[in-house]
Design a protein around this ligand. Structure first.
Ligand SMILES: Nc1ncnc2c1ncn2[C@@H]1O[C@H](COP(=O)(O)OP(=O)(O)OP(=O)(O)O)[C@@H](O)[C@H]1O
Ligand SMILES: [Mg+2]
Length: 377
């Protein structure tokens, strides 16, 4: 092998870990208010009481998961009486899977996979909690994945009403939602709603200046000095803003760094970033499409098909097409369009129409239609 193929000593990365998807950053600015509110919700548990329930809501990449993980780290470092359990509902989205994870957190091992009933696991958890006097805080991240199958009630009911069958159990939940218009009150049964009673915490999108600071901090931590010029950092910031998701920017830094190394460059250049963006930009698309409901996926598919012929689409005309092949009504269609706009899948623009028409809504897909169809599967 030629010596210069693997130049270990010339890496641009000081700490590659900081660009990983599950990295919890040390510096977590601009989220003090949300962190304080969440801590307030949890605080009763630290005094031996039942924690308050919370819904954290905000678009992708606004720091919801990070905020919870940081607080959970703090709890684990402070007390053994309160046990935080983090569950990723994209992975564990059935009652059985979720309670198995809780059981694992309590005992250090998963319940036997076959022949164990839900009741057995639940009873074992409750007995342990009562015996040790442990208070549980369960974070259900990306809880929208529980809504589609209506599993949310099946999960929340035993958690929140456990004290009825096992006196002394104290459990609180944090639900994280990146779906801006999920109406929880509609999805949740009355018998769950009466005990859930959550406080909402909102995570607003970061401003361009905030994105610049966060990206800059990641660069300082992750790369050696000189690995990326201020001008190229600006390019990354612009691309991050374009995608609307901080995660894209962080992924972009990592891929651009790897590209530069691949070409044995000592610093990242424009070509590395543009090449990386071809991959990173679809991170958002993949995550967003995954979070859509079935009928929303149908509408976005239709939009993508129409966008192949015409870039700017009149909303009313799109609706006519949608109506032909589905049961979706006018109001629901406009709700979806607004949601896609919020999710930055499309741009929704109001234009003053010609003649008698008045104002029309014009839809532009933010992605290459072929890619959307490809990722919809
Ligand atoms: N204030 C911040 N400072 C530094 N890094 C941040 C900050 N907010 C978010 N990040 C980083 O941005 C990425 C996305 O954050 P996070 O996963 O917390 O977002 P999220 O709101 O949970 O998104 P989603 O709804 O898509 O799950 C992570 O890599 C995280 O480290
Ligand atoms: Mg998250």
């Amino acid at each position: 092998m030629k010596k210069d193929l693997l130049m270990w000593d010339e890496t641009l990365f000081r700490d590659p870990e900081v660009f990983e998807i599950d990295y919890v950053p040390e510096q977590f600015n601009y989220r003090d208010e949300q962190t304080r509110e969440l801590a307030f919700q949890i605080r009763p548990a630290l005094r031996g009481g039942r924690p308050l329930n919370t819904v954290c809501r905000g678009l992708p990449g606004t720091g919801k998961t990070t905020c919870v993980k940081k607080l959970f780290e703090e709890i684990s470092g402070t007390t053994k009486k309160v046990l935080p359990v983090y569950i990723n509902c994209q992975i564990d989205n059935t009652k059985f899977a979720i309670f198995s994870q809780i059981y694992r957190k309590l005992t250090g091992h998963l319940p036997p996979p076959s022949g164990t009933s839900f009741k057995t696991i639940f009873d074992a958890i409750a007995r342990l909690l009562v015996k040790e006097g442990t208070i549980l805080i369960i974070c259900l991240d990306d809880a929208n994945y529980l809504l589609y199958e209506n599993e949310i009630n099946n999960v929340l009911y035993p958690l929140l009403r456990s004290y009825e069958s096992f006196e002394g159990t104290r459990i609180g939940v944090i639900l994280i939602l990146s779906d801006m218009d999920v109406d929880l009150s509609r999805a949740i049964d009355a018998r769950v709603a009466s005990v859930l009673n959550p406080t909402d915490i909102y995570f607003a999108p970061y401003s361009e200046e905030e994105v610049r600071t966060i990206i800059g901090e990641r660069v300082r931590q992750g790369f050696y000095p000189g690995a990326i010029s201020p001008e190229m950092v600006e390019l990354v910031v612009a691309q991050t803003q374009k995608s609307g998701d901080l995660r894209v920017g962080i992924d972009l830094l990592k891929r651009a760094g790897l590209n530069a190394e691949k070409h044995a460059r000592r610093s990242i250049d424009r070509e590395d970033i543009c090449g990386a963006y071809l991959m990173s930009q679809y991170l958002h698309l993949t995550f967003s499409l995954k979070s859509l409901k079935k009928e929303e996926r149908e509408v976005i598919r239709k939009l993508a098909e129409l966008a192949k012929d015409k870039k700017d689409m009149i909303a009313g005309e799109v609706f006519k097409q949608v109506k032909e092949s589905s049961e979706i009504g006018y109001t629901r269609f406009y709700e979806m369009i607004k949601k896609f706009d919020l999710m930055r899948l499309i741009d929704l623009e109001y234009r003053s129409g010609t003649g008698e028409k008045g104002r029309t809504r014009v839809i532009t897909l933010r992605y290459d239609p072929e890619k959307v169809i490809e990722y919809l599967g």
